[in-house]
Ligand binder design. Structure first.
Ligand code: ZN
Length: 497
């Protein structure tokens, strides 16, 4: 008979990084520290109310006689491979945090699924394996970002993994709830989850990963239908993260059933059959910068230009200038663009409002994202770069920090927000909080592909995904892979499947 004692102790752990292996820069501990690095109750303080999977997990756990044991959460803005000292430090911090935790009955995890470190092409598989070795006898259930390149190891060492079903990811909280319900039902011995993975021979460009429209929509409908079958606990589509040259880079499916492996395999085969039959629909048309400039004229304003080659959420430097140069040379519209350039912020931080200052902005991190723009800009404001988001937006984060930020205007009508830190364009507060009204612009550039749409879709009646060059190019045939599997569409034909 239970009295005051809680029935179960359930831990929560997340290490969340999307690693772009085509970037020269490495992701360091400083990047995690300036991102989101929390231990213990600080995890709940940050995420309990957020549209983040941990918020969903906690909401469900609070409805049951559970001791919630938040252990560790680490997230850095998508970027290059995690460097070796950082990978080792994260593993060490995690090991110590788990060893210091009293006995657990279950563990909820939140890996991204596309983390790569200097010592592992499958960093998520590595840390999840360590956790499993430390906690061999308890259920480990978690969520995945659908940009995961899922490995057999991740699936082997966990009991159930469920991917978000939306891109932009606006269902993170709901999927966190689903994972927590599975955990409660498992501990109550109502179910015994088993999961199976099928990694396909298809890679999908990020451009075709918008879940609210064809061709993803039909695939998600099929998965939804299959998930309603008796005995099925969840069906996940992992669209994959093509900017990682690793053996597991591909779209994949995970099916979790109630102790029924043959049923899981049967459902995987149905998904695979559909996917192979329709795989050609998943390679789309590309709009060049020049074509985009021509299209803008006839579209309702503001037009959202999605800078696919400099997709900060895919790890790119955020200082790409191809669209900036194109808009500047057109001189036709009032435009907005955000560029990460700490050097320029430092240069102008002491200047007065409305000063005219000569700057050389953007295009500095490498030679893949356009040349710097030289312009005599007018300084509009200097801000602290901090803002918060309270709505369901891609990534589920609440607090954002762009570092010291300067807002300037060029003589050609472009407003440039120059930040000190790379910042994902997932929240409209990035403009609103700093007194920039989206409707005042004809063109808004967001350095992303699908993720910004949750924020900008409601205020931009038109959008164009632009095939800009860069480390997150939509044209994945331009990337040079050495470790990926073969055959893999669109690089090779897969007719033999
Ligand atoms: Zn994602």
């Amino acid at each position: 008979m239970l009295t005051n004692k809680k029935q179960w102790r359930i831990g929560i752990i997340g290490i969340y990084h999307e690693s772009n292996t085509f970037i020269d820069q490495r992701t360091s501990m400083a990047n995690f520290a300036e991102g989101h690095l929390f231990f213990g109750d600080a995890i709940l303080a940050e995420y309990e109310k957020a549209f983040h999977e941990i918020g969903g997990m906690v909401e469900v756990l609070r409805q049951h006689p559970v001791d919630i044991v938040p252990i560790m959460y680490a997230e850095a803005t998508p970027g290059g491979i995690i460097d070796l000292p950082t990978a080792e430090q994260l593993m060490h911090k995690l090991r110590v945090a788990v060893q210091e935790t009293e006995i657990l009955d279950g563990l909820l995890v939140s890996p991204h699924g596309a983390a790569v470190s200097e010592n592992s092409d499958d960093f998520d598989g590595m840390w999840l394996t360590m956790i499993r070795e430390l906690l061999p006898d308890i259920p480990i259930i978690g969520t995945l970002d659908p940009h995961a390149n899922v490995s057999e190891k991740m699936v082997e060492v966990t009991d159930a993994l469920i991917a978000y079903k939306t891109n932009p990811h606006i269902d993170q909280r709901a999927v966190g709830k689903q994972a927590a319900v599975l955990m409660i039902d498992t501990l109550a011995e109502k179910i015994k989850p088993v999961q199976r993975l099928l990694s396909s021979n298809v890679a999908i460009s990020i451009e075709q990963q918008y879940t609210a429209a064809s061709p993803c929509l039909e695939l998600y409908h099929l998965a939804e239908e299959l998930s309603r079958k008796a005995g099925v606990l969840s069906v996940s589509i992992n669209l994959g993260f093509p900017y990682a040259d690793v053996p597991d880079m591909a779209s994949s499916f995970i099916v979790v059933t109630d102790n029924d492996e043959p049923l899981a395999d049967k459902i995987l085969k149905e998904l695979q059959d559909y996917f192979v039959k329709n795989h050609r629909d998943f390679s789309g048309k590309k709009t060049s910068v020049g074509e985009a400039m021509e299209k803008i004229e006839g579209l309702d304003k503001p037009v959202l230009l999605l800078d696919m080659g400099d997709n900060v959420g895919g790890g790119s430097p955020g200082d790409g200038t191809f669209l900036l140069h194109a808009l500047e040379s057109k001189r036709s519209w009032k435009s907005f663009i955000c560029i990460c350039d700490p050097e320029v912020v430092k240069q102008i931080i002491e200047r007065s409002m409305w000063d005219h200052i000569s700057v050389i902005v953007g295009g500095k991190s490498d030679d893949k994202h356009g040349d710097p723009l030289t312009s005599m800009v007018k300084l509009i404001s200097i801000v602290d770069g901090k803002f918060t988001e309270s709505e369901a937006r891609h990534g589920g984060q609440v607090r954002y920090d762009m570092g010291k930020t300067a807002i300037v205007e060029t003589p050609n009508g472009t407003t440039i927000m120059i930040t000190s830190l790379r910042t994902v364009p997932f929240s409209l507060q990035q403009l609103l909080h700093f007194k920039l009204e989206p409707a005042a612009f004809d063109v808004i550039v967001a350095k992303g592909v699908q993720a910004p749409i949750a924020a900008y879709g409601p205020v931009c009646p038109s959008m164009i995904r632009v095939n800009t060059p860069g480390v997150t190019t939509a044209d994945i045939n331009r990337l040079t892979y050495e470790k990926r599997k073969k055959p893999l569409f669109p690089f090779e034909e897969i007719n033999q499947l």
